[in-house]
Design a binder for this molecule. Structure first.
Ligand SMILES: NC(=O)c1ccc[n+]([C@@H]2O[C@H](COP(=O)([O-])OP(=O)(O)OC[C@H]3O[C@@H](n4cnc5c(N)ncnc54)[C@H](OP(=O)(O)O)[C@@H]3O)[C@@H](O)[C@H]2O)c1
Length: 315
C-alpha cells in the first residue's frame, strides 16, 4: 500500500531536526534495529538509555556508538532482562530514579523462532514472556513518567502478526500441546500489538497525553534468528537475507525512529516499509488486519496480562 506522505522515498532520518533535549529509552539496543535506532537518535543530539540484558554486549555497543559519534554521545545503559519480572521492576525503578523524562519508550527487544519450547523463570513460553509480558510490565511501571513527559510508547511489532494463528490461544498460551516456533513468535508479536491498541483505547477515555504507535521493521539483516532457532530456520533466514528485498538493520530502524519522533502520525495505525510484502521499501503506513482490533480478544488479553505480570493499571 503506497503512502506518499513523506514523498516517494518514504520516511527517512532526513526528516529529523535536532533532538537535543529529548530522551529516548530503547529495549534491546545493543544489536540490530535497536542499536541502529540509538545511533540515529544520538546522532541528532538526543539522550538514549538502553535497557539491555547483557552488560558486556551493552558496554561494547556504547563504545562503538561513542567511537562513531564522539565521546560526548549521551548514551547509557540500565541492565534489564525482560524474561524476569524482578529485573524489569529493578530497571524501571532505576529509570524512575535517574532519568528525568521519557520522550519515547521504544519496546524493541525480542526473541524469535525459538526451536524448542522454553519457559521464562516466570513460567511463560519465552517469546510471549519476553516480547509481550516483559514489555507489558515495563510500560506499566514507566507509564507515569512517560505521561509526565507527554511522551510516547512505541511498540516494534512484526509482519509475523498475520502469519500465525491470527488470535491469542488463551486455552494454551504456552503452547504446551502444540508448540511451534513460528506460531509462538507470531502470537507474541500479535499480543504486543493488541496491547498497544488496547492501551490507545484506554488512554482515549482519560486526559492523559501519551501517544502509542505500532511499527515493524520489515525484513532486516539482524541477529534475531540465532542459535536458539532450528538449523532449518537459520539456513532459511541466511539464504533469505541475501535477497535484495531484505534490508539493512539501519533501514529496519527507520519505522521505530519515525514513530518516536514524527509529528501528526495517526495512532490506530501500523507503520513500516511499504514495498514488496512490506519487507523493505519506503516507510509509511501499512495495512492493519482487522482481527488485531478484536475488542473481545483485546480485553481478555489485557486481563490475562495484568494477572500474569502481577500489575494493575489505574485507567
Ligand atoms: N529482523 C527482522 O527482520 C524483524 C522482522 C520483524 C520484526 N522484527 C522485530 O524487530 C525488533 C528488533 O529485532 P532485531 O531484528 O533487531 O533483532 P536482534 O538483532 O536480535 O535484537 C534484539 C534485541 O533484543 C534483545 N533481547 C532479547 N531478549 C531480551 C531480554 N530477555 N531482555 C532484554 N533484551 C532482550 C537482544 O539482546 P541480546 O543481544 O542480549 O540477545 C537484542 O539487543 C524485534 O521486536 C523483532 O521482533 C525484526
Amino acid at each position: 500500500m503506497a503512502d506518499k506522505r513523506f514523498g516517494t522515498k518514504g520516511w527517512t532520518p532526513e526528516q529529523l531536526y535536532s533532538l537535543v533535549g529529548k530522551t529516548y529509552l530503547i529495549t534491546g539496543a545493543n544489536a540490530g534495529a535497536g542499536f541502529e535506532a540509538a545511533k540515529i537518535l544520538l546522532g541528532k543530539g538526543a539522550e538514549v538509555v538502553m535497557l539491555n540484558r547483557n552488560e558486556k554486549k551493552s558496554n561494547k555497543a556504547m563504545d562503538d556508538l561513542k567511537a562513531e559519534l564522539g565521546a560526548n554521545a549521551k548514551v547509557s545503559f540500565i541492565k534489564m532482562d525482560l524474561a524476569e519480572f524482578s529485573s524489569v521492576r529493578d530497571a524501571a525503578a532505576e529509570v524512575n530514579r535517574t532519568v528525568s523524562k521519557i520522550d519515547a519508550l521504544i519496546c524493541n527487544a525480542a526473541v524469535a523462532q525459538i526451536a524448542k519450547q522454553e519457559l521464562t523463570p516466570e513460567g511463560h513460553e519465552s517469546q510471549l514472556g519476553i516480547n509481550h509480558y516483559g514489555h507489558f510490565l515495563l510500560v506499566n511501571l514507566l507509564f507515569d513518567k512517560v505521561e509526565q513527559s507527554k511522551g510516547r510508547i512505541v511498540v516494534v511489532a512484526s509482519e509475523g502478526y498475520k502469519m500465525g494463528l491470527k488470535t491469542i490461544q488463551f486455552e494454551d498460551l504456552n503452547f504446551d500441546k502444540n508448540y511451534n516456533p513460528m506460531n509462538a513468535y507470531c502470537q507474541s508479536k500479535l499480543a504486543q500489538m493488541m496491547f498497544a491498541y488496547e492501551l490507545q483505547n484506554r488512554i482515549k477515555g482519560t486526559n492523559k497525553e501519551v501517544e502509542v504507535y505500532v511499527c515493524h521493521p520489515g525484513a532486516s539483516r539482524t541477529s534475531l534468528i540465532n542459535e536458539k532457532a532450528s538449523r532449518r530456520d537459520r539456513i532459511l533466514f541466511s539464504i533469505l537475507s541475501l535477497l535484495p528485498i531484505v534490508q539493512s538493520a539501519e533501514k529496519g530502524s527507520y519505522p521505530e525512529v519515525m514513530c518516536a519522533t514524527e509529528d501528526n502520525l495517526k495512532q490506530q495505525a501500523y507503520y513500516g516499509p511499504t514495498g514488496t510484502m512490506n519487507w523493505s521499501g519506503p516507510v509509511g503506513e501499512c495495512k492493519l488486519e482487522p482481527f488485531v482490533l478484536d475488542k473481545t480478544v483485546l480485553t481478555e488479553l489485557w486481563q490475562v496480562s495484568e494477572k500474569e505480570t502481577n500489575c494493575t493499571w489505574n485507567f
